[in-house]
Design a protein around this ligand. Sequence first.
Ligand code: B1M
Length: 221
Amino acid sequence: MNHDELIKALYDETLLGNAPRVLELTNTAIESGMGPDTILFDALIPSLEEVGARFERGDYFVPEMLIAGKAMSGALNILRPLLAETGAESIGTYVMGTVKGDVHDIGKNLVNIMLEGAGFTVIDIGVQAAPEKFIAAIREHKPDIVGMSAFLTTTMPMFKVNIHEITKAGLRDEVIIMVGGAPVTQEYADAVGADGYAADASTAVRLAKDLIKKRRNLVSV
Ligand code: B1M
């Protein structure tokens, strides 16, 4: 298979949720010298976007969405060490979770992989993370940044609840708070009082580094 055929096959098999074939094709693509970011951004992510579009049109239902998501997650496990290849010293600690009521984790996991690749120590508190879980993780790990993902318009309001609870616990000044996820916007992030918003994983990494730098400069002044 040539480059274009491999990309097309990865896209099509993810769309069908054919996890074993997606794993096989991911390995073949890597062996052929294809970069992990090409596999991700040219095949897997566009395929999940199409899954979402089909779901919206009523051509796909939750089971199809689920198996496509599982196929993508399997490929992500293979890509993880390649995307996260780094010998860098930790540049900061990042607590990351998907908010309460929300089970989507592929986007969060991808952000985590890229953060790890950039040298962050990432503590993943999983999906459906209630405010108490964020608070406990802040107390235990003393992170520089807390990241919250929400992928549904119905779970986005949990950002505000979490920030309110973190403030009530007296921890708001201890951490930088970043939010993200498909339906989230900069305006929404500002409205809930987050310190930062990013639309995708690489922007999230860049922003995390900038926010830490700014905070450390402020502290040292
Ligand atoms: Co769901 N789902 N889903 N789903 N699902 C969406 C999100 C949806 C957009 C599909 C659609 O209608 N087009 C829609 C939400 C509509 C809305 O509210 N606006 C939707 C719905 C409605 C639902 C259910 C309600 C369906 C139902 O039951 N009727 C249900 C809700 C369950 C729940 O959470 N309570 C549901 C369930 C599921 C599955 C379990 C079947 C499965 C999840 C599997 C899993 O995650 N393990 C699933 C899937 C696979 C999707 C789609 C198809 C793919 C999501 C994905 O992984 N994208 C999705 C459609 C779509 O997104 N086009 C959809 C790829 C991923 C790499 O991108 O998640 O955007 P993304 O992450 C990006 C950025 O958002 C950003 O960086 C990531 C990487 O670049 N980012 C951050 C993420 N977190 C960040 C944090 C940051 C910064 C950036 O800072 C802290």
